[in-house]
Design a protein. Structure first.
Length: 204
């Protein structure tokens, strides 16, 4: 909020586009857009081919994600739900703009995720996929409402090809949701065991 206050939403979008086009991961040297998960791309394609509408519901900033998710995930901006800052309408040099304010508007994480999905989408999902305790309530809201529902947890177990973390991680902690998976019959995907390919650039 502090670094990007006082600029328009259009100016912020351009900063994101410029950054995402050039920034590289310090470990792999790859663009961050090249480090998306290949199984996730395949799943999204499979779901859409079979009549499902796909969304991103992230704890990250929605204004950061929307400029590039269509190109990378084939998910348009209006199908992205995330955390946000407040904005206000102004006229600047005779043009209408939305100005970013140094105030949080909404946190789309934990119990906020079902709220964000309800406000942004207006439908309860029939399937939800998560990888941390921040996804617990989204998975509960999706799967414990009756009917045919699918909940999936991605367990980061591959320290060699990606990262290994779960219960004691200071970020991305997967603890309560991992326990809930056993109780609520969610599928747990073990990244090391179940994914032959993690990133698209690994494909032969």
């Amino acid at each position: 909020m502090a670094t990007h206050v006082g600029m328009t939403t259009a100016e912020f979008n351009q900063i994101v586009r410029d950054w995402i086009a050039t920034a590289r991961h310090p470990k792999t040297g790859k663009l961050y857009t090249e480090m998306v998960y290949q199984p996730m791309l395949e799943l999204l394609g499979y779901l859409r081919a079979n009549g499902f509408k796909t969304f991103i519901a992230s704890g990250g900033g929605v204004d950061f994600m929307r400029p590039w998710t269509a190109k990378v995930y084939d998910i348009p901006p209006e199908q992205v739900v995330g955390s946000s800052v407040k904005v206000k309408f102004e006229m600047r040099d005779g043009r209408p703009v939305l100005m970013r304010l140094p105030e949080l508007n909404f946190i789309d994480d934990g119990p906020g995720k079902p709220v964000g999905i309800n406000q942004g989408i207006g439908h309860r999902p029939v399937a939800a996929f998560g990888n941390s305790d921040g996804d617990l309530q989204m998975l509960q809201w999706t799967t414990l409402s009756g009917g045919l529902r699918l909940g999936v947890i991605i367990h980061h177990t591959d320290a060699e090809r990606e990262w290994a973390y779960d219960r004691k991680s200071p970020i991305g902690r997967l603890d309560r949701a991992l326990d809930a998976a056993a109780v609520d019959d969610w599928t747990v995907v073990d990244m090391k065991r179940d994914w032959k390919v993690i990133f698209p650039f690994e494909k032969k």
